[in-house]
Design a protein around this ligand. Structure first.
Ligand code: 13P
Ligand code: SF4
Length: 319
């Protein structure tokens, strides 16, 4: 639509005027992902977003994603202004892991190394020894296990269960879940596989284990896009937020992509899997953030110092 085009032109101008760069997640709207690409920003998984923002020399980072991504950017780059289209965009994993209860859990298990998923508040990260994203979680836990460490893991029980199964590590788990990925149903994928036996199954490990068990490849959003390119299969069943189809289809224009069903009866439910918080990022509020400097992320200085250590461990791991 014409208004969108005008908005895109305005945002491009504002990004330049403010020496700003757009850092977007794959689950945001296609128009936002395209804008990030066209303006020298990035469209990436959560680990790559963190790396890109930390290394970029812009003075303002505009983070289109959810709150923990903006906080991570600010913790890594306190000298930069970090703006988000809306500060309301949270995550069910972050909501489900309040810092007071989490601290009590850590206090009750002082012999365990605390590893938290990036999908947490700055305050929860400040209590952790390590932060990980799904793209390096297995490697980090393998590393800690090899040193004989016992793990306290939070908050995603599905990702935690997947890592535990892969590594055999001793992991005490928090009981959290992603409301989007938790809805994928193994039965629906089985029915699709029956229709398309030569299709490969790509799964984000925030999904339940019955679904991850069906995966040819499980991994972060970037890893799933890479797998779409490297697997020989021409048909792919994809169990993650539908936002990923924009970049995945660009990467494999000749392949047929199917959304993994979220309905247990096997009926394919088009566009069901979409994070309501990622969807809050729009061209309008993105333009508004740049125009008014609204949606700025602030992280308390002492909290930042404590949250920085486990985040730096993540960034330096295998770097
Ligand atoms: P990725 O690190 O794979 O991008 O995952 C972030 C996320 O929120 C998935 O739901
Ligand atoms: Fe959080 Fe799930 Fe949304 Fe990712 S898709 S931001 S894990 S609620």
């Amino acid at each position: 639509p014409a208004e969108d085009q005008a908005r895109v032109a305005e945002i491009k101008q504002l990004l330049q005027a403010h020496n700003a760069v757009l850092v977007a997640h794959y689950y945001t709207d296609d128009a936002i992902q395209q804008l990030a690409e066209e303006t020298g920003g990035c469209v990436a998984d959560s680990l790559e977003m963190a790396r890109f923002g930390a290394r970029h020399d812009a003075t303002t980072l505009v983070v289109a994603g959810v709150r923990f991504m903006g906080e991570t950017a600010k913790i890594l780059s306190p000298e930069k202004r970090v703006l988000m289209p809306t500060l309301e965009a949270t995550c069910s994993l972050d909501i489900g892991c309040p810092v007071d209860e989490f601290s009590a859990f850590c206090d009750a298990n002082p012999d365990r190394t605390v590893v938290v998923y990036a999908n947490t508040s700055a305050a929860v990260k400040a209590r952790a020894d390590w932060v990980v994203t799904s793209s390096i979680a297995v490697e980090v836990i393998e590393h800690l296990q090899a040193k004989g460490e016992k793990i306290l893991w939070a908050p995603d029980k599905h990702l935690g269960g997947y890592i535990q199964k892969k590594t055999g590590a001793d992991m005490l788990m928090w009981d959290g879940a992603c409301i989007v990925h938790e809805e994928f149903k193994a039965k629906g994928i089985e029915d699709l596989k029956r229709l398309y036996p030569d299709a490969a199954v790509l799964v984000h490990p925030e999904s339940p284990d019955s679904v991850v068990n069906m995966a040819d490849v499980a991994g972060s959003t970037s890893q799933l896009i890479k797998a779409a390119q490297t697997l020989p299969n021409n048909k792919l069943i994809v169990a993650t937020d539908r936002g990923i189809f924009f970049k995945m289809q660009q990467a494999v224009p000749d392949k047929v992509l199917f959304e993994a069903p979220t309905a247990g009866n096997g009926a394919t439910c088009r566009s069901c899997a979409h994070c309501p918080w990622m969807a809050m990022n729009e061209l309008d509020n993105l333009a508004g953030a740049l125009r008014h400097g609204s949606g700025e992320i602030h992280v308390d200085a002492s909290l930042r110092q404590r949250a920085l250590k486990p985040l730096e461990r993540m960034l330096n791991f295998n770097a």
